[in-house]
Write a protein that binds this ligand. Structure first.
Ligand SMILES: Nc1ncnc2c1ncn2[C@@H]1O[C@H](COP(=O)(O)OP(=O)(O)OP(=O)(O)O)[C@@H](O)[C@H]1O
Length: 596
């Protein structure tokens, strides 16, 4: 597929406010993508690499601005691009405002562009990502310049956004899932028309009638969803297991629902973590006959993969980032004790000399660290606490009950002390005693889990409840900041916080207290590359960093776009283990405000 075609379709999606119509546009794009399907699926989400792959393009805004400036002609500089950005506020529209080589070249006279394909863009961006060592910045710059130089303004708009992983065309994960089902499963139903039994044929007819009725009703609202719940669930499951949207789309197209059912866990490819809701012992015992109770360790989530054939350990964070290198002790522990191929879920905790838990912030000093790992290893000791087993010795265990998975975990790590203790109990007093012991030992609280439940990746369902006695904190995205004054003029000082909303982020407050000078310097270093625009002391930041923030109360307030404000907000930590998509939602803020 030509990149110009992709860009034209993306433009159409950008201009389409209705979700259903967007799904239909994405569906058609996928159907027309041919051999480029996996790439087109990823590009539509603003990705070059699959979600499970932590490879990044590693292209900072300045490099991108340089490449755009160079392609835009001799009279444009990177500073000009930045000035435009400050005015227009979004890099895609800035890139679109220039005339590039693709327009000036011969192809433009023939009424087309220069035939750049999505495959070429993909290949070049992958080369850019792989560029390393001496001269790599120059190589990246010239590869990017080469691409922009072949772009029409519309192509340049989406190329610039792709480079920064922000497509802004309203195509989220749910849209892609629905579009895959509509493109390749719903279509197959109506095309082959052959149901296996008369009863199924009747059923199909009945649902076809229903669909026809619905489409009559919805005539003015554009095309209706045609995938069934089962078809959507088949795509969803394959996505959760693989985190590879491009691959899942291809399997759906070539193998249909039965092909999707065959998608398995792969040791070495991370799975989305199952998540918890807040809940109480009463909630748990009302729902289930008994609760599986565990300590809630105050550390960072880690997924452990051991591939026996390759004798290789890999570790992943909650967001599927590769954290193998920063945690050599965990690697050594797994190498020493695990003998079969496994995928385990757990928490890595920091501990003091006596083996007692240290606060969460300590573990973050080790997580994602690229330099000085051995020095940090001396300073902060970490250990694994495993609580789940997703795969063992060739067998996927996602659908096995929790208690069975925990038994497998005990078999795998037996006798090491790294397995979380699991109490299955229907007795509220016994659970209370367990909780008291956990808190006395310095842990954060307890987890209450449904003993019969399957492991549902990426799901914040009702089968895992977390119970923490401490006051709640919020994990909020930093979307802006202000340069400090006087002694602190070189540092970003006041940080604008936002909650996740359906469509972007809504501001909810500013935090400036609880931060030492040393921390301010660190935060400035972390946030400076994310600056999108500046005016006076205020900067607008690309949503990328998440702060954990304490507060006294949530109040209704017209000051911020969320309609809420935090009273006495205080900085607790940078949630390095969270991406903006994992930050707290406006819905949670509303619930907390209602419950005060
Ligand atoms: N025994 C355990 N079982 C499951 N999760 C545990 C356990 N001990 C600690 N945890 C941690 O608790 C988290 C569950 O809470 P949740 O899904 O809300 O994630 P979170 O947003 O990181 O929560 P929090 O900020 O409370 O740690 C898990 O992601 C995991 O990191």
């Amino acid at each position: 597929m030509e990149f110009a075609e992709f860009a034209a379709r993306a433009s159409e999606m950008e201009g389409e406010p209705a979700d259903l119509a967007t799904v239909a546009l994405v569906r058609d794009l996928f159907r027309d993508a041919g051999d480029d399907l996996p790439v087109v699926v990823r590009f539509a989400q603003g990705r070059v690499f699959p979600a499970w792959d932590s490879t990044t393009l590693d292209i900072g805004p300045r490099l991108l601005h340089e490449a755009i400036a160079r392609a835009a002609g001799t009279n444009v500089t990177a500073d000009d691009v930045e000035d435009e950005l400050a005015d227009i506020g979004e890099i895609g529209s800035v890139a679109e405002s220039y005339e590039f080589g693709g327009q000036r070249g011969l192809a433009a006279f023939a009424g087309g562009t220069d035939g750049l394909t999505v495959a070429e863009v993909d290949e070049t961006l992958r080369e850019v990502a792989a560029a390393d060592g001496e001269g790599s910045e120059d190589r990246k710059l010239s590869a990017l310049f080469g691409l922009f130089n072949r772009c029409s303004p519309e192509e340049a708009k989406f190329l610039a956004r792709l480079v920064l992983s922000e497509m802004r065309i309203g195509v989220g994960e749910g849209t892609v899932r629905d579009a895959i089902a509509e493109a390749f499963l719903a279509e197959a139903d109506s095309e082959d028309g052959g149901a296996d039994s008369a009863a199924e044929a009747d059923e199909e007819e009945a649902s076809a009638d229903e669909e026809a009725d619905e489409s009559d009703e919805d005539e003015d609202e554009g095309p209706t969803m045609r995938a069934t719940d089962d078809e959507l669930a088949a795509v969803e499951r394959a996505l959760q297991v693989s985190n590879d949207y491009g691959m899942v789309a291809t399997v759906a197209r070539d193998g249909g629902e039965s092909g999707l059912a065959e998608v398995r866990l792969d040791v070495g490819r991370p799975v989305q973590a199952m998540l918890a809701q807040a809940g109480t012992v009463t909630d748990a015992l009302d729902e289930w006959e008994a609760a599986a109770v565990e300590t809630k360790f105050d550390g960072a989530r880690v997924q452990v993969h051991y591939d026996e054939a390759a004798d290789e350990v890999s570790l992943y964070s909650r967001n599927m980032d590769d954290v193998t290198d920063p945690l050599p002790e965990v690697v050594e522990f797994v190498e020493a004790h695990v003998e079969e191929s496994v995928i385990l879920d757990g928490e890595v905790v920091a501990i003091d000399e006596e083996g007692d838990p240290l606060p969460f912030q300590e573990i973050l000093r080790r997580f994602r660290r690229k330099h000085d790992v051995s020095r940090m290893r001396e300073e902060v000791r970490v250990e694994l606490r495993a609580f789940d087993c997703l795969h063992a010795d060739g067998e996927d265990l996602l659908d096995a009950p929790l208690t069975v998975r925990h038994e497998r975990l005990t078999d795998v790590l037996g006798g090491t002390g790294a397995v979380s203790e699991l109490l299955v109990s229907a007795d509220a007093d016994e659970i209370a005693a367990f909780e008291e012991r956990a808190l006395e030992a310095g842990h954060e609280g307890i987890m209450l889990k449904n003993p019969d439940s399957a492991y549902s990746p990426g799901n914040r369902g009702k089968n895992w409840l977390k119970r923490k006695p401490d006051v709640e904190t919020l994990d909020l995205v930093v979307t802006g900041a202000e340069w400090g004054e006087g002694r602190r003029a070189k540092f970003l000082g006041t940080f604008l916080l936002s909650a996740r909303a359906d469509d972007g982020y809504e501001t909810i407050g500013k935090v400036a207290t609880g931060i030492t000078d040393e921390k301010l310097a660190e935060l400035t270093e972390l946030l400076e590359p994310e600056i999108r625009a500046e005016e006076g002391q205020e900067v607008d930041l690309r949503p990328s960093v998440v702060f954990e923030v304490g507060y006294e109360e949530i109040q209704r307030s017209p000051t911020y776009t969320s309609g809420y404000a935090l009273r006495f907000p205080r900085f607790v930590s940078v949630r390095e283990d969270k991406d903006p998509e994992d930050a707290d939602s406006l819905e949670r803020v509303e619930r907390l405000a209602d419950g005060q």
